[in-house]
Design a protein around this ligand. Structure first.
Ligand code: HMG
Ligand code: MG
Length: 299
């Protein structure tokens, strides 16, 4: 049966803003994060400690973290690929990091300048030290349903990379549909395969991009598999600059609207959140792609 409550893992300030042509001022990012928390979100991925020339939109990571109030009931995970990123995260007082691996060779090269095996050589000491610092580590696995260069990705290959990432010492594995290619049947198949490999709903999260408009249907499929952590991005912002053809994430408002209708608790006030996304859409100079944000704005 379906879960009674779920955690929404908000990625708009990271996955969202990393892919926007307009660079948002640090003060506006901080205001965005503050408003996300005020709408009831309790896990807000704040930024990335990656190489500044790789993601110029997030070069102000230190400044953003300095200005948000780190302690408290809200957690602010950040992306960290390597020891250099971890040094920066430690100095900034970060408690939760996320490493991000690729299920395919092509995307590992494009996104991390590493082969699939080399990415583990980079992540292993990073996770070891993060755990030593008492941090919590999440692991993403990207390109779980298809890759722009390699096409379909075999389920066994995805599960193997996911298993290796998780075994480094992660507390949660987020299944990334980087390109938005998944459909509900494939979601069931992949989640079943993870479950068979000993990675069940208690340690999995799903991370759907909405390129083909399937993210909400895929989320419903994941609910049927009893997944309880859903990544989503306020207003549907986002994509990955190193994954051609990837559009924004599942909009948090679209997810929460469905959860509300199903009577599944998320703690998120969808109307307050939609106002924040409309505000951010103005800063970005383009309307939100979320149906719920547009419908509520028209009321
Ligand atoms: P590299 O060029 O191989 O790095 O990049 P390197 O290890 O050879 O180091 C080269 C120089 O960069 C060194 O400086 C390092 O200190 C510096 P030098 O000694 O030459 O003066 N450096 C750094 N500086 C600051 N912060 C750092 C850092 N690391 C090295 N962290 C690297 C390898 C991993 C760094 C690079 O490929 C990178 O930054 N990639 C990140 C790409 C990215 O952020 N992509 C988007 C996020 S992934 C995503 O969106 C998918 C997801 O949403 C899930 C899904 O949808 O599937 C998560
Ligand atoms: Mg993503």
């Amino acid at each position: 049966q379906m879960p009674e409550s779920v955690t929404v893992y908000e990625v708009g300030a990271r996955d969202g803003l990393q892919n926007e042509a307009t660079v948002i001022a640090t003060a506006d990012k901080v205001e965005f994060i503050r408003r996300l928390a005020a709408s009831g979100l309790t896990t807000i991925e704040a930024t990335s400690f990656v190489h500044p020339t790789w993601v110029p939109q997030l070069t102000d990571a230190e400044d953003v973290l300095r200005e948000i109030d780190l302690p408290g009931a809200v957690s602010y995970p950040v992306l960290v690929p390597n020891l250099r990123g971890l040094d920066r995260a430690v100095a900034a007082g970060v408690r939760h990091i996320a490493i991000f691996g690729s299920a395919t060779e092509s995307f590992a090269q494009k996104n991390l300048n590493r082969s699939v095996d080399e990415q583990f050589e980079m992540f292993a000491p990073t996770v070891t030290r993060a755990l030593h610092e008492g941090m919590d580590v999440r692991a993403y696995v990207s390109m779980c349903f298809g890759d722009p260069w390699e096409g379909d990705v075999p389920v066994g290959q995805v599960v193997e990379v996911g298993r290796r990432l998780y075994d480094l010492g992660a507390s949660q594995l987020s299944i990334g549909d980087t390109l938005g290619l998944a459909t509900p049947g494939r979601v069931h198949d992949l989640l079943d395969a993870f479950d068979t490999a000993g990675l069940g709903a208690d340690v999995l999260a799903v991370h759907f991009h909405d390129t083909y408009g399937q993210a909400l249907a895929n989320s419903y499929a994941a609910l049927e598999a009893c997944i309880r952590t859903f990544d989503a991005s306020a207003g549907g912002l986002g994509g990955c600059p190193y994954a051609p053809g990837a559009a924004g994430n599942l909009a948090t408002e679209d997810l929460v609207w469905m959860l509300d209708g199903l009577g599944i608790q998320s703690g998120v006030d969808v109307r307050a959140l939609a106002k924040t996304s409309s505000w951010m859409a103005e800063k970005l100079g383009r309307p939100s792609t979320s149906s719920v944000v547009r419908a509520l704005a028209a009321q």
